[in-house]
Design a protein around this ligand. Sequence first.
Ligand code: HEC
Ligand code: HEC
Ligand code: HEC
Ligand code: HEC
Ligand code: HEC
Ligand code: HEC
Ligand code: HEC
Ligand code: HEC
Ligand code: HEC
Ligand code: HEC
Length: 331
Amino acid sequence: MIVLWLLFLLLTAPLTSLAEKQAAGQDFNHMTTGFVLSGGHAVAACETCHVGGVFKGTPRNCAGCHAVGVRILATPKSSTHVVTDAPCESCHFNTATWLGARYNHGTAVPGQCVNCHNGRIAQGKTSSAKHNSTIGQNSCDSCHRTSAWLVTGYWNHTNNALYTYSGVNCVSCHSPSGIANEKVQSASHMPLTMGGLTFPDCRSCHTNFTSFGAARYDHVGASACTTCHNGTYSGVAGKTAGRHVTYTGTPECSACHSTTTWSSKLSSTTLHTTYFVGQTCQTCHASNSLISGAKKDDEHGGRYNTGVPDCSSSGCHAPLGGKGSAYTDWD
Ligand code: HEC
Ligand code: HEC
Ligand code: HEC
Ligand code: HEC
Ligand code: HEC
Ligand code: HEC
Ligand code: HEC
Ligand code: HEC
Ligand code: HEC
Ligand code: HEC
């Protein structure tokens, strides 16, 4: 009934003033149409939308009015607007202002991100090394999700539209000029050509894509241990100064160690009679000794540290003394 009344009112519009029409119209509860008049719509005159007094079938979608060449005159996209065919509703969530638009990426087509993300319409790719590599760069979604530009935790090495995994080309990205230029070898990374060995394949030590930290090395055929285990390369174990035993000669690490663990494999007797000859027992066995693996004094309360003769030459412990058996037992 109200509708019919209003229709009558508006159809007879020429007879009444605009102000009267408006005033009468304000009584109509527009909510009942399901098209809430908010923001810029609340202050717009009824006629701007109901041109010629037509009510039924007035467009409800933004583009039905906010476009060029439609019956209703409402602000269309400007010439500098984001080039897109997506419905206005997917970016414009209110009728008060066009500013602060957010793009709902739910409908974004993979591979076409650059249509918007070209630095003009929306954030484009930056000029950093991350984007300078030769691999295709326009499919932003090959490397980026739509929620954030960070790739950490998202980058997929083995199933990437741009990157066909061939295994050995890690440096094409993991180099200062590559896209993963924050995850590159440090200055103290072990050289990849050393001691007659070459490592073209990073995977010989880096067997996962989660961390470079847990490097493993397959020692099959390895000799010249000190080429690598000299304490100068990042993450490659060397002798810890002050903690490692001092030994006679220049044997390779392999004289005492296996390639699977640093816990000595030599018998205690061989160690003492071949490599520790001539050193006083306290060098390693005193309570304040830092030598890893050497038994510390737990019987003497540290007394022999203060100038008492050597444990063995004093005539107490074997081999020169009577207590225990040489290098295997103190008592
Ligand atoms: C921003 C645009 C806009 C403005 C301004 C506007 N309307 Fe509407 N109106 C609509 C839309 C959209 C519909 C829904 C049309 C449909 O679904 O068929 C509608 C529906 C109606 C209907 C119901 C038509 C029907 O038969 O279902 C009436 C009556 C109406 N409007 C009256 C008014 C009056 C009076 C004013 C001024 C106070 C007004 N409208 C202002 C957009 C507008
Ligand atoms: C039935 C036609 C119609 C529909 C549908 C419609 N609008 Fe409007 N809108 C208008 C008219 C008319 C105005 C007032 C004139 C103008 O500012 O363009 C307006 C004004 C606005 C304004 C205020 C602009 C300003 O600077 O004050 C915004 C924002 C807006 N509309 C957004 C939207 C959005 C978003 C949608 C879809 C969710 C939408 N409109 C749907 C007709 C419509
Ligand atoms: C992909 C997202 C997106 C879609 C879809 C979209 N817009 Fe926009 N629109 C924007 C962005 C982003 C801005 C800039 C907002 C800002 O400056 O804060 C904008 C600004 C505007 C502006 C004000 C500045 C200008 O460039 O004109 C108008 C008017 C506008 N949009 C209308 C529309 C209309 C009408 C539609 C649908 C036909 C539409 N937009 C669809 C993202 C979109
Ligand atoms: C229709 C245009 C359009 C398309 C297509 C599009 N975007 Fe966007 N995107 C936008 C707009 C607009 C914004 C918000 C304004 C801005 O950041 O410049 C945005 C924001 C973003 C953001 C920043 C999110 C945030 O909250 O910081 C990311 C990331 C993004 N888009 C990724 C993508 C990816 C990936 C694709 C392809 C799958 C894509 N976009 C496709 C328009 C688009
Ligand atoms: C081959 C992979 C790749 C592609 C394709 C790619 N990016 Fe990136 N992008 C990166 C990486 C890696 C980062 C660094 C992210 C980090 O620090 O976590 C990055 C960072 C960014 C950032 C953050 C600013 C910065 O430089 O750190 C923006 C913005 C960005 N990309 C936009 C884009 C856009 C837009 C596209 C598509 C036109 C694109 N990217 C395509 C790999 C890519
Ligand atoms: C096409 C480029 C590309 C290639 C090729 C590539 N990566 Fe990556 N890699 C990345 C990107 C991008 C990241 C994420 C970087 C970031 O989070 O800043 C990454 C991250 C990693 C990480 C995680 C680092 C960390 O600390 O989070 C490891 C480990 C890794 N890559 C190993 C490898 C290995 C091993 C190879 C060769 C078999 C390889 N990658 C080849 C691009 C590549
Ligand atoms: C012979 C073994 C070996 C090879 C081959 C190797 N790495 Fe490493 N890499 C290591 C070790 C050991 C570390 C240190 C791990 C740690 O800190 O726990 C390391 C660490 C890294 C790191 C972290 C930063 C640093 O320097 O500590 C990156 C990045 C890295 N390697 C990249 C590469 C790339 C790329 C290749 C192939 C060109 C490669 N690595 C080949 C053994 C190797
Ligand atoms: C080409 C370099 C290289 C040579 C030569 C080499 N290693 Fe290694 N070794 C590594 C790397 C890299 C690792 C892994 C990082 C680490 O744990 O120090 C490693 C690890 C080890 C480990 C620790 C294993 C574990 O699981 O904790 C032992 C023990 C070891 N090497 C002993 C040796 C011995 C003994 C030799 C000589 C026969 C030798 N290595 C020769 C590079 C080398
Ligand atoms: C003469 C024998 C001998 C030689 C040669 C030798 N070590 Fe050791 N190393 C030992 C003994 C004994 C220990 C203590 C074992 C234990 O803790 O059980 C040890 C312990 C270690 C440890 C563990 C110490 C700690 O702080 O965790 C490392 C690492 C190690 N050696 C590295 C090396 C490297 C690298 C070389 C070659 C440059 C090497 N060693 C050569 C005898 C030797
Ligand atoms: C250069 C360091 C060093 C010197 C010098 C040294 N030892 Fe040792 N000693 C060790 C280490 C390391 C072990 C442990 C070896 C092992 O784990 O098999 C050990 C083990 C022993 C053990 C066996 C302990 C047990 O409970 O298993 C005895 C006994 C022993 N030493 C006696 C002596 C005597 C006596 C002297 C002096 C004549 C001496 N050592 C000199 C480093 C040294």
